[in-house]
Write a protein of this length. Structure first.
Ligand SMILES: Cc1cc2nc3c(=O)[nH]c(=O)nc-3n(C[C@H](O)[C@H](O)[C@H](O)COP(=O)(O)O)c2cc1C
Length: 218
């Protein structure tokens, strides 16, 4: 039985944070509604705290959120995630992106989460745009594709309920492997600090031409 939904995210400009928190709240509410016990929710920001001491188990659902940088996940975020132990917790790997291409980022994040012992049961790439804050020439507030995120949250919750429905290990349904667009990374990007990423984000927003939509896989 699921007792906890935990979000962990890396988010210099706030988009991946919004995506992860929205998803955690949605899934937490759905699971809480149909559970005889309380389902708690919590979120952890990789830029503000160490995540290696977080404890996961098969009664926890983890939502891991990161931004796409040049078709990849950010190196510091990948390094932080590498120090966690998933302990078989069901996991949704999600990336936020500016609607250009998410390249290998989703594939990389799903694979990395599995290497850390999480059981990836779903993945998604969600479009973020940034609207200028009122009265501010710099900086912008992220706006997420809420419709896609809500659809994914509902469908993922149904899958979690099916998979967590049985307490006897041998009788548990084994999920099909989740197929995600992407392949092994073929390029490296240099390390980019969170501060530099936030500045680059501003430039990216100005130059970006939206071509794609959110996509998810279960
Ligand atoms: C350095 C950098 C590289 C980016 N590369 C891509 C990219 O390849 N494709 C894309 O669609 N968006 C790209 N973006 C946009 C971000 O993926 C998107 O805005 C993301 O939501 C940022 O996450 P954050 O708000 O949590 O920092 C890039 C942004 C930055 C700053």
């Amino acid at each position: 039985m699921i007792r906890k939904v935990v979000g962990i995210y890396y988010s210099p400009a706030g988009g991946a944070e919004l995506m992860t928190e929205t998803l955690v709240r949605k899934i937490g509410a759905i699971l809480d509604d149909c559970s005889p016990l309380d389902v708690s929710v919590e979120c952890h920001n990789m830029l503000k705290e160490q995540i290696d001491s977080l404890v996961f188990d098969d009664e926890t659902v983890a939502v891991i959120g990161m931004p796409v940088y040049v078709g990849k996940i950010p190196l510091p975020a990948a390094a932080a995630l590498r120090k966690t132990a998933g302990a078989g917790a069901m996991t949704l790997a999600v990336v936020s992106y500016g609607g250009r291409k998410y390249g290998n980022a989703l594939f990389e994040l799903k694979r990395l989460s599995e290497e850390c012992g999480f059981k990836a049961i779903g993945a998604g790439a969600f479009m973020i745009s940034y609207m200028a804050r009122r009265g501010s020439s710099r900086g912008s507030a992220p706006v997420i594709d809420l419709e896609a995120l809500s659809d994914f949250g509902k469908a993922a919750s149904e899958k979690i309920k099916r998979l967590a429905g049985c307490e006897i290990e041998e009788l548990k349904i084994k999920p099909m492997p989740v197929e995600v667009n992407g392949r092994m990374p073929v390029h490296k990007i240099s390390r980019i600090s969170p501060k530099a990423a936030a500045v680059a984000q501003d430039i990216f927003n100005r130059l970006s031409v939206l071509r794609r939509r959110s996509e998810w896989f279960l």
